[in-house]
Design a protein around this ligand. Structure first.
Ligand SMILES: [Zn+2]
Length: 318
């Protein structure tokens, strides 16, 4: 049994002993009072997906947005969820005796993506470039988790010490504050206001009239908008320097890059971002691969915590 708790959606999946996904349900993440709402929704969804007796469930592994405290089974604080200390397992543990496991969603995704490649390598790094930017690392066949389970929060590496942009976490100059899906429109707006980008083209006019989404910004670049072209000269280096910093930190054999921005703009990344990595790399580049499990990668990782009884992810006080 596995779940993936995201800022906008919760997924619950039922897996069999050979790790096949038998059934999956998706529901919106409760926005009102999430401290009570998320544990309750999780319990309801698990009960619905199991369908019969809860005694048949060996364990529940959860992949969650963070920050987390994996020993206590809680989200301590997440930039996109109001409230603190969401005790994910408090409702489930009232109705079922089971083993509980918790990983940060990107660490879970790294595990989920490494598993089908485990005969090929024991060193894999995962990066998602999506609403936010996150990552996970498997090294020598073991997840790198840090003291509370929040290691490899790569969206918050500092790529600009001048601090031009403030991140959703409150820090300044963080990578995802510039080029994640949620933050790219804010970065563009600021560049237009400061006159760094010319405001007379469609990019500027649309930003003024109705605001921009990341998808629209990419579209305008593909259509040859002059200001968007100037913007993407910056973005190429923001993406490639960030990715290279992650490679320099962990020296993976395989680097899996997923997330809606990277997968929705494959041509841009393979032709304009990856070829620039060498400019920033200290060692040999890894093989770059696409995710096998797509959006279900965190769910597979969560299922693996139960399947493989991963001690590092075990919840001590559900
Ligand atoms: Zn940050």
């Amino acid at each position: 049994m596995a779940a993936d708790v995201g800022a906008s959606r919760i997924r619950v999946g039922l897996f069999d002993e050979s790790l096949r996904l038998l059934k999956v349900r998706v529901s919106e993440t409760p926005r009102e009072n999430p401290v009570e709402g998320i544990p309750r929704r999780l319990r309801e969804m698990v009960v619905e997906v199991v369908g019969g007796s809860l005694d048949s469930v060996r364990g529940v592994g959860v992949a969650s947005i963070g920050l987390i405290d994996h020993r206590r089974g809680m989200i301590t604080h997440a930039p996109n969820i109001p409230g603190r200390d969401v005790r994910l397992f408090k409702e489930l543990s009232n109705i079922m005796e089971a083993e509980y496991f918790l990983l940060n969603d990107c660490n879970a995704a790294a595990l989920g993506e490494w598993w089908p490649r485990r005969r090929e390598t024991d060193s894999l790094t995962y990066i998602t470039i999506s609403t936010g930017i996150g990552g996970g690392v498997v090294d020598k066949g073991r997840l790198v988790l840090g003291k509370d389970g929040n290691a490899v929060e790569i969206g918050h590496i500092v790529i600009d010490p001048s601090g031009y942009m403030r991140c959703g976490c409150g820090g300044v100059g963080h990578w995802e504050a510039y080029c994640s899906g949620a933050n790219l429109p804010r970065y563009v707006k600021r560049l237009l206001e400061d006159g760094v980008l010319p405001s007379g083209t469609r990019l500027g006019r649309e930003a003024e009239a109705r605001g921009l989404t990341s998808e629209r910004i990419y579209r305008l670049y593909y259509e040859g908008d002059e200001a968007a072209s100037k913007l993407f000269e910056r973005l190429r280096d923001l993406y490639s320097s960030g990715i290279a910093s992650v490679i320099n930190s962990f020296d993976p054999e395989i680097l899996v890059i997923g997330g809606s921005i990277a997968l929705g703009n494959k041509g841009f990344f393979s032709e304009e971002v990856y070829p620039r990595l060498g400019k920033y790399l200290v060692g040999e580049p890894p093989k770059i691969d696409e995710p096998i499990h797509g959006e279900h990668a965190p769910l597979y990782g969560a299922a693996l915590t139960v399947h493989e009884d991963i001690e590092d992810a075990r919840v001590r006080e559900p």
